[in-house]
Write a protein that binds this ligand. Structure first.
Ligand code: GAL
Length: 892
């Protein structure tokens, strides 16, 4: 198996034959280090189309058009990603006989809203509350449905006239259809994928090229919040007629050691000119500082390749070189994410003139997906992963680099080293961040195939689009060193359909292998068993919940639904050559800072109104013992993994809470499964995972808080999460007992503690020495507010953000753990308030609101610097009867 990937890699590399190669590094170039809205290298200009969009949304269909009606004109856009020419689509003639007034150059859009892209039309709300609403809990209770139109002018300078000009859209939710100057160009239905359209044939000189994009978001199309709109970046790419194609480089590495590595490069060059072009291709590889984007010294050059391009044709060229003493890309904490950048130039043969320059960021490393775990550069690295949906909490689906980076910073502090992009292609910039921070990535594309999970989900377009979506996704992402595995599906219905389902799986795996032979391909199994054919289709075994067992312990035995005993071992025996990982573990649920009594004595239990949950307040207890019916607490998942050293690791469901899917309370707005809440505040579970994943960190965390007016004399269990092996708890100085960690036990618990106000204190020990201590105290009445920002200086680029946390504190400055005061934010100076939140899954105050109730003592304001404005941003928080707080953020 191990040999399989290397060998395949070499063999397939030589046979690139039909592939039109692709990549995404341009995106990397845009983001890392500069976050520029424009990059220009000789021959190539990439412009971010972020401002000056006009937008209109309607819940009804305002134009009478549908994707089905126009799909014959859209499907040809898939051809570049369909390997067999006999499967190509042909644009019908004549053009469609319809009038589309919103696509017309003459249409007056002056009273449409002016928006900046990335833009999510639904995130401002309001929330749909109650039952019988158009969008229920599953999709986040926000108005995602309907038709959205975006219009924008594009200027074509005289110097652009001989260029090829593309529109690159990194994600449009969903069923995008694009017109330029009234001409239907094409589109892309799957809202999570990136796509390119060639604007050139219909551009006119001057400022008045009218771009018009129609998006159509059906209800009942998703199991989580999809967002709506042009929610990722949109780019204009201007290149010479002869240029490196879309995602047009592919770099793989072989024979990697500390003294040398072989680099293989494939470049796809397109000639859109109507004459033959003779060019040569040069590619130099440089060290790269991934944080600043600065290039270091040259480490290798590929041999120059001469290419003759007939008019209108593409040609692929491959070559290899050796890098001496490579600095390997690796996973934090034990390794460093060193990176390189390959600069490919196309030169005219006649005059040596550079007509295109193209950047590819890469890392040199080895992944060995072995049955004993994942080896990275020969070192066994345990996957300490989380699943992440694409929304950014109060910002919705609208991608923002800083918001994503903050999530990763919080996850790193927790000890996370891997992310599964559940269950769809991520923003390209997220992959750049993951590369440069040294995370592993399971890059996933589909949640459903031919069999639906929802009436309007991907299954509707699977037959016509799966190949194009899968191939374009892998071509876009395959140069990212952080991606160690592709996932082609999550819990698909085809697990249940025997040979038919297996055939679909095999076909997807085949496409993935053709497009990138260097990585294993998997799909997550929540049902398929070791003796079925379905798992045989995949290179690695990824289990959702089946690893630790589903409804297999007494607290879950009364529940209906499939019961599965823990299966890591059975899968390992059935597939002794394959890597085994938990692609979804836990689905433990909790509301940050909410504790519900009595507390179960089990290590894992389902939720109901008598245990762990409150269906009226829509809260789940943060004792971190409760899970979805089919899930498990963190403790139970650890019990499931730890006897088996071969388990490569896990991806917890989930790192952050996300919008939608608020199991177990459909009437809420956001999930309960995050280790971190929707606002980015750690739940107690954070410290449970941190103690496990960062064993050398001196952690000791006590729960619950100790301010319980009315509970005096009542049993109030105290639990401690720590990386120590012994712990002694004191209540008001009196020992409650010193406990020693037992095998497969992950928390210290004193379940008989009787509440008395005062001080709880824990002293922990490791190997007999004091390790870490923690204290919680009964606090006084709320007296004031305290502000803290994650960044004290932000860039005045209209994108960078400061996340400002508000704590409600008593007169001694201690956080009041159940405070729910209504806080009003006032932002003045060079910035603006974008959104507020508090992490409460049942808070229906709209996200842009400047008033937000504290939830268990905390609230959050997200502040953006206005583009180009100088000076400080002043943020003021006030609440009735509380001392006001103020913080100043600088801008640069
Ligand atoms: C899984 C599923 C996830 C999410 C999760 C919630 O079965 O794959 O997408 O729905 O359950 O617990």
């Amino acid at each position: 198996m191990r040999a399989h990937f290397r060998l395949e890699s070499a063999i397939r590399f030589l046979g690139l034959g039909f592939l039109i190669l692709n990549h995404s590094p341009i995106v990397a170039a845009r983001v890392v280090g500069g976050r520029n809205s424009e990059t220009q290298t000789s021959g190539r200009q990439v412009i971010k189309l972020d401002s000056d969009w006009r937008f209109s949304h309607s819940f009804e269909n305002p134009d009478g058009i549908s994707y089905d009606q126009l799909k014959a004109y859209i499907l040809p856009g898939a051809n570049a990603f369909i390997a067999d020419p006999s499967g190509h689509h042909h644009r019908p003639s004549p053009e469609p006989n319809i009038t589309v007034q919103y696509a017309d150059n003459g249409f007056d859009d002056s009273n449409w809203e002016i928006v900046r892209v990335p833009h999510d039309w639904a995130i401002k709300g309001p929330f749909y509350v109650g039952s019988n609403v158009p969008v229920g809990g599953g999709m986040g209770r926000l108005p995602v449905q309907g038709v959205g139109w975006y219009r924008r002018k594009i200027a074509i300078e005289p110097a652009d006239i001989d260029k090829e000009i593309y529109l690159d859209i990194d994600g449009a939710m969903s069923y995008a259809i694009v017109w330029l100057n009234g001409k239907l160009l094409g589109g892309w239905p799957y809202g999570y994928n990136s796509f390119r359209l060639d604007l050139t044939p219909h551009l006119i000189r001057g400022k008045d090229n009218q771009l018009a994009i129609r998006l159509d978001n059906p209800t009942k199309s998703s199991r989580w919040y999809p967002g709506g709109g042009l929610y990722r970046n949109v780019w204009l790419t201007k290149v010479d007629k002869t240029h490196v194609g879309q995602s047009g480089t592919y770099i793989t590495t072989e024979d990697v050691s500390s003294s040398s590595a072989t680099l293989n490069l494939a470049v796809s060059v397109e000639n859109k000119a109507n004459i033959k072009r003779d060019i040569y291709i040069s590619t130099d590889v440089f060290q790269l500082n991934p944080e600043t984007g600065k290039r270091g010294s040259k480490v290798a050059s590929f041999p120059r390749a001469s290419v003759s391009l007939p008019p209108g044709q593409s040609v692929d060229s491959s070559s290899s070189t050796t890098a001496r003493n490579p600095q390997l890309w690796g996973v934090w904490t034990s390794q460093k994410p060193n990176m390189y950048v390959a600069i490919t130039k196309l030169h005219t043969s006649a005059s040596n003139h550079v007509i295109d320059t193209y950047e590819t960021r890469l890392g040199i490393r080895t992944f060995d997906p072995s049955p004993e775990g994942l080896l990275v550069n020969g070192e066994r690295v345990r996957i300490q992963g989380v699943n992440q949906h694409h929304d950014l909490g109060a910002l919705g689906a609208a991608f923002n680099v800083r918001a994503a980076e903050r999530q990763l910073e919080i996850l790193r502090d927790l000890g996370v080293n891997a992310v599964r992009t559940s269950h769809n292609p991520p923003a390209p910039e997220l992959l750049d961040l993951l590369d440069r921070k040294g995370f592993l990535v399971m890059d996933e594309i589909f949640d459903s195939w031919e069999i639906q999970k929802n009436p309007n989900d991907f299954h509707l377009i699977f037959p016509e689009w799966h190949e194009a979506d899968l191939r374009s996704f892998i071509r876009r992402d395959r140069n990212h060193p952080s991606i160690y595995s592709w996932s082609v599906g999550n819990e698909v219905g085809e697990q249940y359909t025997g040979a038919n389902g297996t055939a679909v799986a095999r076909r997807l795996v085949e496409i993935a292998h053709e497009t990138d032979p260097t990585r294993p391909v998997t799909a997550s199994l929540n049902y398929a068993k070791p003796n079925m054919t379905f798992p045989t289709a995949f290179d690695a075994i990824s289990l959702n919940y089946q690893g630790e067992g589903i409804r297999d312990t007494p607290p879950y035995s009364h529940l209906s639904g499939i019961k599965t005993s823990p299966l890591y071992s059975a899968f390992h025996s059935a597939f002794p050559d394959k890597l085994i990982e938990g692609s979804e573990t836990a689905s433990a649920l909790s509301s940050r800072g909410t504790y519900i009594f009595p507390v179960t004595s089990e290590i894992s239990a389902p939720i109901n109104d008598t245990s762990g949950g409150n269906s009226t307040s829509l809260q789940v207890s943060a004792y971190e013992l409760y899970s979805a019916d089919y899930g498990a607490s963190a403790d139970k998942t650890f019990v499931g993994q730890d006897p088996y050293s071969f388990v490569a690791g896990e991806f917890v469901w989930t790192g952050f809470d996300y919008l939608g899917e608020p199991t177990p309370y459909d009437s809420a707005r956001s999930s309960y499964s995050g280790i971190v809440d929707l606002a980015g505040f750690p739940k107690d579970r954070y410290y449970l995972y941190q103690a496990r994943w960062r064993p050398d960190l001196r952690t000791a965390h006590i729960l619950p808080h100790w301010t319980w007016p009315g509970r005096a004399g009542e049993v109030t269990p105290v639990h401690v999460f720590t990386s120590a092996d012994e712990a002694e708890l004191f209540l008001n100085g009196e020992s409650q007992g010193r406990l020693v960690r037992e095998q497969y036990s992950y928390r210290f618990r004193w379940d008989e503690v009787v509440y008395a106000p005062g001080e709880l204190r824990v002293v922990t020990y490791k190997n007999g020495e004091v390790w870490a201590k923690a204290t919680v105290e009964t606090v006084g009445e709320a007296a004031g507010l305290r502000l803290a920002a994650d960044q004290s200086l932000i860039r005045a680029d209209g994108e960078d953000l400061a996340y400002v946390t508000v704590e409600v504190v008593d007169s001694k400055g201690r956080v009041v753990p159940q405070a729910s005061d209504t806080i009003t934010f006032d932002v003045s100076g060079a910035g603006e308030l974008v959104a507020t939140d508090n992490g409460n899954p049942a808070d229906f105050t709209v996200f842009p609101s400047k008033q937000r109730k504290a939830y268990n003592g905390l609230a959050l304001a997200i502040v953006r610097a206005k583009a180009g404005e100088r000076g400080p941003i002043i943020i003021r928080a006030s609440a009735a009867k509380l001392e006001i707080a103020r913080i100043v953020i600088k801008t640069s």
